[in-house]
Ligand binder design. Sequence first.
Ligand SMILES: Nc1ncnc2c1ncn2[C@@H]1O[C@H](COP(=O)(O)OP(=O)(O)O)[C@@H](O)[C@H]1O
Ligand SMILES: [Mg+2]
Length: 377
Amino acid sequence: MTPFVFGKIAEFENFTNREDETELLQKLFKALNNVIVISPRRWGKSSLIKHATNQLLGIDSEYRVIYIDVFNIRTEEEFYQEFASKTLKVGYSKVEDLLVKSKTLFQKLIPKMSFSPIPESEISLSFDWEEVKKDPTEILNLPQKIADAENFKLIICIDEFQNLNTFDENLAFQKKLRANWQHHSKVGYCLYGSKENMMQIIFNDKAQPFYRFGYVLNLEKIKADKWLSFIQRRFNETGKAIGKDDSRLITELVHLLPYYVQQLSQISWFYTENICTKEIIEKAFDDLINQLEPFFIRETENLSNQQISFLELLLNGSLPINSNENIKKYGLNSTANIAKAQKALLEKQIIRKYSNKFEFIDPIYGVWLQKSYFKSR
Ligand SMILES: Nc1ncnc2c1ncn2[C@@H]1O[C@H](COP(=O)(O)OP(=O)(O)O)[C@@H](O)[C@H]1O
Ligand SMILES: [Mg+2]
């Protein structure tokens, strides 16, 4: 058994902290308020939402939950299919019920359903796309209709929501969603995504259909102190040990990014026979950087020289960032050039702005540039 989990949803004993966020989400879910959760990737949105909904389901049988990931949905049509089939499945677990009820649920659209012969099987659902395109309201109101008819409350969680922005005619599409969803009294929507700038535009820009659709939770990182007991406990449970300061070192090396805290803990745990030490953690960290190097090299190949110079300035330059001295030293030529490089790096999700400062979205990329790339130039 390995005590640390990364790259998949952390739940149950793998989930830690976030008590305040969990409580807040529960309250919002219970009241069926819509909620939007924003943070960079790998900070724990999907895990937090799974955790909070698991808890809600555990204490209140009135609620049901569905999860839709827009990450690999590319068209409006695919979205409707996924939306409708997940909703039908959560409403009716028995195929017979579903067949009977679907007659009352659809008046205009006629869904084609097929079932694989195995019991508790997946249904697959399709519609006449031309009909849906003319009027998707029946699909979009399906959750409300089913929740009402079957007397439950439904939370619909949609992950990587900003991907809707890449659909054809996405504004018109989003208008349809909002126009219908905002009337749902039995359904709460939880919409979350990792592309912060796109999420901010979707929900905070007046011109956008989803402007002020719900409560916006900008997720922060988990504080260092909160990680320590988790790391120590996971070591102890597997017959190993790690001190408080060394646990802290793990969280510091990876700038508290939850995914990396788990990954670096895992590598350190792996190298530890009995008691983890500073030397072990440093070795584990070198290992981690080496594992990531191919990605970092590829990432860097996609940057212009000016963008790379800006990253170097960000790591080594003195403040204020666009001083004449910096412009000269890092070969950026003008403040206009700095602004251009910043904009491109923000769009490429290499950096983000946080309390008026720029920081690397992937902190280890910064470490690698510093330790390896700029050193060897
Ligand atoms: N509350 C948490 N407790 C423990 N580990 C976490 C927590 N949140 C995130 N992680 C770690 O970070 C990784 C990424 O989390 P995830 O929920 O997929 O983030 P996101 O959805 O924001 O990209 C998880 O696989 C896990 O290793
Ligand atoms: Mg996620």
